[in-house]
Design a protein around this ligand. Structure first.
Ligand code: URA
Length: 270
């Protein structure tokens, strides 16, 4: 038995029924309709109806009775097949990292870093980590979370999460470039292929291009565009998988919506 929990939860029962959580939890967990209501899926009454209709799954099993109690920190709950985040401790944030800031939670040299932006959250006990990095000179979307499994999968190359970048380069990019980038470009650490490429705008002798790729190697966009003769003047990451920056200003944080989190889970098969 674990003693790392409040005394009132320390029953004599087997370990599998002694999980801890907040709210009206007891040794057998929290009622499913309450979990759904807390997650913002529906009112308790409407949640009961969802259960009656066989639309709610817990750990892969459709639940049709009302008495079900679950551990919100461990169970996987889906409504209509879409995963719902039920663990109130989990945090999912989109940050627009400003240009000139380090993608680290602290910096030995005292340079501005994303840890400064989330300092209050970290001080209040949230153990946030950033999902991947951007160069200091690159602006754009970085996800922050305390959901280790999701973060791990989003960063792992095997899940091939698409990232979208907008790059400003000097000159006019020829039409043939799209084919070349999609076919693949040889870099010193191996080839890289772009999944999508388009020229969005040409202005004052510069081009604004959008690239989508599922690569996470260091400086990959800058190295790629250097290699084809169009060094990057400015670089912004606008999307990571299903999450977009949209109108978010540099330096701002945004808590992801339920739909965005479900889409992230979906993207990595969780
Ligand atoms: N590619 C780069 O060159 N820089 C980044 O920050 C991300 C991708």
């Amino acid at each position: 038995m674990s003693y790392a929990k409040p005394a009132r939860y320390q029953g004599e029962g087997p370990a599998s029924t002694s999980f801890v959580h907040s709210g009206d939890a007891n040794a057998e967990g929290m009622r499913l309709q309450k979990v759904l209501a807390q997650a913002g899926v529906a009112s308790r009454r409407a949640a009961e109806q969802l259960i009656d209709e066989g639309r709610v799954e817990v750990d892969g099993e459709v639940i049709r009775h009302q008495g079900k109690r679950i551990d919100p920190t461990a169970s996987v709950v889906r409504v209509d097949g879409v995963r719902i985040v039920i663990d109130q401790e989990k945090v999912y944030i989109a940050l627009n990292k400003p240009k000139g800031w380090q993608s680290t939670m602290s910096d030995d040299m005292g340079r501005p870093c994303i840890g400064d932006i989330v300092a209050e959250r970290v001080m209040s006990g949230q153990r946030l980590f950033h999902v991947g990095r951007l160069d200091a000179e690159t602006e754009g979307l970085i996800l922050l979370t305390n959901d280790g499994e999701l973060a791990h999968r989003l960063m792992h190359p095997s899940f091939e999460i698409m990232k979208t970048y907008m790059a400003t380069v000097n000159g006019m990019v020829p039409k043939i470039m799209e084919r070349q980038l999609k076919d693949g470009i040889e870099l010193e650490d191996g080839p890289v292929q772009v999944d999508k490429f388009e020229v969005l705008e040409v202005f004052e002798g510069k081009s604004l291009v959008r690239l989508i790729l599922h690569e996470g190697r260091k400086h990959i966009v800058r190295r790629l565009l250097d290699e084809v003769g169009f060094p990057v003047l400015q670089l912004v990451r606008t999307d990571v998988g299903p999450v977009s920056l949209a109108e978010q200003r540099p330096g701002s944080l945004r808590v992801l919506g339920r739909g965005e989190i479900s889409n992230l889970y979906d993207a990595v098969g969780l």
